[in-house]
Design a protein around this ligand. Sequence first.
Ligand code: NAP
Length: 285
Amino acid sequence: MKTIITGAGGLVGGALSRRLADSGHGVLALRRADLDVTDAAAAARVIREERPSLVVNCTVLGVDECERDPEAAHAVNVEAPRSLAAACAEAGAAFLHFSTNYVFDGEGEKRYAEEDEPRPASVYGRTKAEGERAALGANPRCAVVRTSWVFGAGGRNFLSAAHRELLAGRRVRAIIDTWASATYVEDLAARVEELLSRRARGLFHVVNEGVCTYEEFAREASLLAGLDGREAATLIETLTEAEMHRPAPRPRYTPLRSPAAERLGLAPLRQWRAALADYIRNDAR
Ligand SMILES: NC(=O)c1ccc[n+]([C@@H]2O[C@H](COP(=O)([O-])OP(=O)(O)OC[C@H]3O[C@@H](n4cnc5c(N)ncnc54)[C@H](OP(=O)(O)O)[C@@H]3O)[C@@H](O)[C@H]2O)c1
């Protein structure tokens, strides 16, 4: 099975490229330098010439970048998935795209299911929600995987780096008042592979079980990395989301659950603490 992965230089794209190649897909991993997905003609040409049976789009414009540049957000997060999905439909290929828990406003105290109505509160959330609809509307063989707070090898975010920073004796700033599901990128890639093998279509939530704040995540990372409670207390600086003064608002409470995966007979993924233990063990090798 020939598979094109766009955004292969990123956290999810990198892990998925490795995973699918290991399972025998012929993977063409395209980084930004190989294909700018906002160039619809170039993207369509690659798909026509390479004739893949599947394209997986892992490109994204990040949360704060979207707030600073809504036009670029629309190009990468809406128009690119729309044109990729359409080019795939024309070439007879399936399309898989990623989205986010930030399509929800997080104002309640519940875990969101696929059927819950998106109500995004940032440019990122709005463009990701629109991108989901665009992709699903342009290709009947399309799956959209919403995930949340992803961590793993190659990640440049707080969750991926916390244990390393703490081990090196550096302070980390951990937010105490936003809650979400965390997701180990290797578990995400494995579940995506299961969805692909079932030819799943439509919307799926893929996250590790459990709910945490960044602070709880950092504390767990410090324990797993072997720090004692006192060291952790000095190195983990706690603050509120408002105190971060970030350009884009973050939703307060957006854990996900997946009735859609249950309907396919897929069990929930393991707890995030077990997944984090695995990540930290693998990272130390
Ligand atoms: N990471 C998370 O916590 C998280 C949470 C929820 C959902 N997701 C979703 O998961 C998916 C993958 O995210 P990720 O965490 O892997 O992001 P990432 O690490 O930032 O990777 C995104 C990749 O897209 C590339 N890219 C951006 N604009 C492009 C363009 N115009 N043409 C080609 N490539 C372009 C970036 O290249 P440069 O590095 O050169 O800019 C980067 O390599 C996204 O759909 C995201 O919404 C992620």
